[in-house]
Design a protein around this ligand. Structure first.
Ligand code: GLY
Length: 418
């Protein structure tokens, strides 16, 4: 009897030891994966910094031009916050102070934007830059700039529509007039408002964020949880006038990056409010996205491009483009990978972690990660900015790198906390 017990104890101890070995091996492999990708990103971004020099109002890295040179934008475009944000993530991932010094310089260059009200993207512009600055190196000046930026965003809110206006007047592809277009991307700007609420206690910020998210939840999604890109409202009555697309394939299709913004946006809304309807929404939108993924975890630029029943309306752009149905958008997957790392803990569902990791591994493979010194020195290849505008097709995009590095930083935290 004693011999039998002793034997069982030995077997259990061997099994525990075996599991500990496997798990130590797993964590050290993953730490090496994160380090290798961080080192690579540092080398690429160092090259971009050498090329652009100091910030000068118009040299915010964005993508590759058609002649393969680096394309930059002015600070008034929607993307200037991503490059400072990348520098903050490199600081977080590498722990090297030199990135902090660079990140501060590029972040400070955007201060003037705190009063910007010409489009809704002030959330991207200021929260990706100053929001990360405040998170990693808190200062009262950062806080004040973020709160002022949130005030600027609130000027675009209309309580009849119960949403923030994304763009000023523009025409749809079929000639419809959009006086109050709200795009799904706008969900991403709400984190700035919820931050401002947290630090000031001013309920206005909270109410606008929650009301906008609720209006979007009501009007921007189909029964299958796919999203419309643009919903245009009558600003006098709040009535929905049009549900259309601007950057997707057709009005009734689901544009991949739009769906990615929805997954990230509602995950963030649940983190900041703990209202369970946002958790359900985030899971539904994530499940739609995951169900439509191909084997390499990077979607086509629009989930319905070229399918029966989905036709570009009022413009034949999509039919003319030979790569229209095969083009990928790696930026969408970078956004979703980052969101799913967060959703894993919030939903308590490990399956999201598995997908987030698969996406990260795919983006880090030679299929999507550039060779050193290539791809305009951006990290991620094969993104689509806007096919309908014939702009930024199969290129790197600064926001793909930003969300890729955010995903890597989130994964690093998970691995380090085991
Ligand atoms: N927010 C603009 C875009 O996703 O292209």
């Amino acid at each position: 009897m004693y011999m039998k017990k002793n034997f069982c104890l030995k077997v259990v101890l061997i099994l525990i030891g075996f599991n500990v070995c496997i798990s130590v091996k797993f964590f050290s492999q993953e730490a090496a994966f994160i380090k290798e990708n961080t080192d690579f990103a540092c080398r690429q971004i160092e090259n971009i910094l050498k090329e652009v020099g100091d910030p000068n109002n118009k040299n915010y890295p964005r993508t590759l031009a058609t002649d393969k040179s680096l394309k930059t934008t002015s600070k008034y475009d929607w993307t200037p916050g991503f490059f400072p944000g990348i520098l903050w993530y490199l600081y977080e991932l590498s722990g090297n102070e030199k990135w902090k010094i660079c990140a501060e310089k590029w972040t400070d260059s955007l201060e003037e934007l705190k009063g910007f009200t010409k489009h809704h993207d002030i959330g991207f512009m200021m929260y990706c830059s100053y929001g990360n600055a405040e998170r990693l190196s808190p200062k009262s000046i950062y806080r004040d700039i973020l709160v002022q930026s949130a005030e600027s965003l609130c000027t675009r809110y209309n309580d009849t529509v119960k949403a923030i206006k994304s763009w000023n007047y523009r025409e749809a592809w079929n000639g419809n007039k959009w006086y109050y277009p709200v795009i799904i991307d706008n969900m991403m700007n709400l984190e700035l408002l919820l931050y401002a609420y947290k630090v000031t206690g001013n309920k206005k910020f909270y109410n606008i964020a929650v009301t906008h998210a609720d209006t979007t939840l009501k009007n921007h999604f189909r029964a299958d949880h796919g999203s419309y890109h643009v919903v245009n409202y009558d600003p006098e009555t709040g009535i929905v006038l049009h549900k259309q697309t601007c950057q997707g394939y057709s009005d009734n299709s689901t544009w991949a990056r739009g769906q990615a913004w929805a997954v990230y946006g509602y995950t963030m809304m649940y983190r900041c409010t703990r209202d369970r309807k946002y958790l359900e929404a985030a899971k539904n939108f994530a499940d739609y996205y995951i169900e439509h993924l191909p084997e390499d975890y990077v979607p086509r630029w629009d989930f319905n491009a070229g399918q029966d029943g989905y036709y570009p309306d009022g413009n034949s752009y999509a039919k003319k483009c030979p790569k229209v149905t095969t083009l990928k958008d790696a930026s969408a997957s970078a956004i979703v990978s980052s969101a799913l790392f967060e959703l894993t803990a919030l939903a308590g569902e490990k399956r999201y972690m598995e997908i987030a990791t698969h996406i990260l591994k795919s983006l880090s493979s030679p299929r999507y990660r550039a060779q050193l010194g290539e791809n305009g020195n951006f990290v991620i290849m094969h993104c689509t900015g806007s096919l309908p505008h014939k702009a930024e097709i199969d290129v790197p995009l600064v926001y793909a790198d930003y969300y890729y590095l955010e995903a890597l930083a989130r994964y690093k935290k998970i691995i380090e906390n085991k």
